[in-house]
Design a protein. Sequence first.
Length: 317
Amino acid sequence: MVLWLSAALAAIALSVSVTVRAETEHVSTSADGLRAWYLATGSVERAIQYMIWGGLEGPDRYWNRRKSRFSFTYPSGNAVVEVIAESGKLNVNTSNPADLLRVISAVTGDPTQAGQIASGLNGRAAGPGLTAFPTFQPRGASFQEIEELLTVPGMTPEVFYGNYITDANGRLYARGGLQDCLSVWGSAAGPYDINSASPAMLEAFGASEQAAVQLVERRKVTPFRDMNDVAGVLGSNTGRFRVGGNTIYTLRATARLRLPNGSPSEVVRTASAVVKVLDPLLYAPNTVHVLRFHDDAWSQDAVAPPGPGYVPGEARR
């Protein structure tokens, strides 16, 4: 009986220790996630402040319409803030149906699925043949939020949020989803901002797959300043693009904690905000208005855990 009682107590003690360890790890992960979330949201706020100090034509020290990202370093981790001009995207409500189909086909790679999604968009968006103004009718109503695309027949999370595909050399790269190509604040017919256009947008309007990859890698190092630099990569296929956005931007911050040994953690959080840059002569000192703020966002830069040679702000393959 003593032996059986000792075995039972040992089993109970083992079960309790396993539970305690699991809960401790869960609490530790939750705490790290909260810290990373504060880094992400704080980086969005910091980027907004840099936009206020800079402006559309401000100095490179802070921000101007040609700057496409910020890299922030903190004692506890790193954050990269992508500055995505909404003019680098197609307007989901007012764009030509042919352009919509071209972009959706570039994202999905499946003509049947692309046609199904495009039909759903043309049934909701205020394009040619429908009313030119938003309505509140169940059918033919304009999209108010880009996330409404998830309700369109044929849409999948991979198509909306983006996925990784293999390039000609067998390497994976982030092609981007429809959230990176379509917007309720985008441009109806272009030209589209070359520093913000996703690879799928570039390919949809004339760039080859290799040229799109080269252009994205080039602008991560130094944003394009004029179209002469772009022509060196895209050749003559530059008619639908321009350098610089309009006045509405998405700030998407991806934060990653740093471990005590200095290596990057696998804990990542992303936050984003949609902001409008206003005329400093009329709206100073608050020249940046926040239109949307998302505590949780999605960026393909945050998907893969860092490997050897990881550098904050660089794409992982």
